[in-house]
Ligand binder design. Sequence first.
Ligand code: SF4
Length: 372
Amino acid sequence: MRPPVKIDIPNEAAAPRRIDLKALSYSELETFAEQLGLPAYRGRQIFRWLYARGAPGFSEMTDLPSTLRETLSLSAGIETIVPELTQEASDHTLKSLFRLSSGNAVEAVLIPDFDQDGNAIRLTVCVSSQVGCAMACSFCATGQMGFLQNLSSGQIVDQVLHANRLARERFGRRVTNIVFMGMGEPLLNYNAVLDAVEKITHKDGLGMAPRRITVSTVGLSRRIKQLADDDTRFNLAISLHAPTEKKRSSIIPLNRTARTDLMSLREAVVYYTGRTKRQVTYEYCMFKDFNDSEEDAERLADVVAWAPSKVNLIMYNPVEGLGFSRTSEEILNRFIRILVRRRVTVTVRRSRGQDIDAACGQLANKPRDTKS
Ligand code: SF4
């Protein structure tokens, strides 16, 4: 369970730093209003202005009394991250780089899927939850950066708000799906990620259905169980990438301890699927001559048999200097045939935005040619 909230409102005379309202959750905004001597509904009004209406400042919040807006501007601020750079790939994937007040940068990717007539039928934004990542997976560009900082829930939602603007501008409709598969391990920034999901799904926020959101983890067993206990409604994806302890430990350092190895993941997945009655998706990046043999396919099918689940095979985008390369189509097809024979539900994701380093595992704040 998450601890109750106490908001420390800075005293203007003693501490000039102002509280960032976008870093507060729905209930924290209610508490914030109460601590100012206001009814809780004022906090809810602010929440609506920030997320449903995307107000950039207090002056836009026209149904708040002007005296309150003045009080707010003295005791609080609204930190908004805006893109410093947006690049467009040849397949129309758009990658935006946001500069944070700390000076660090973070990236989000908007991926359009088109029908035969060229209409965007699905617009997925891939958001980051941290700058860099402590998990150090050996195939991942973000993992090579190390961990730099957690994002606040507001900074995560700002990536979605920006993607919505970009999507309307470029494709005439708003984002349809959100995946937490950008920089960072979302479950290591647990509270901010859950608060961001609340802001995205709340009727007073962006009002999106939880089933349109997928949070992807490298497999933190304790946190997976906590997601089930916290009654989360979004989809859960697990970056498996290897079907045996030995192989997984060789590319994912997290797998090297007993508390976070494949066996503990099995226990967590069984707990999660049993409690939520929802299946999980295993993300499986295909690495040539590492995890793409017939034996690997059989072992992967064994993993799938643990609990209700499906597999998403990802065609790897080689990252310079990391020593992995992409499986051929022929080997991929052989792999799929074995999974299908074992009655595994399998899909293939062909990564997008490769020419601007926006594809899976490539996010590392490395800009190429600027398009806008
Ligand atoms: S694959 Fe995910 S968990 Fe692993 S280093 Fe990259 S961002 Fe972190």
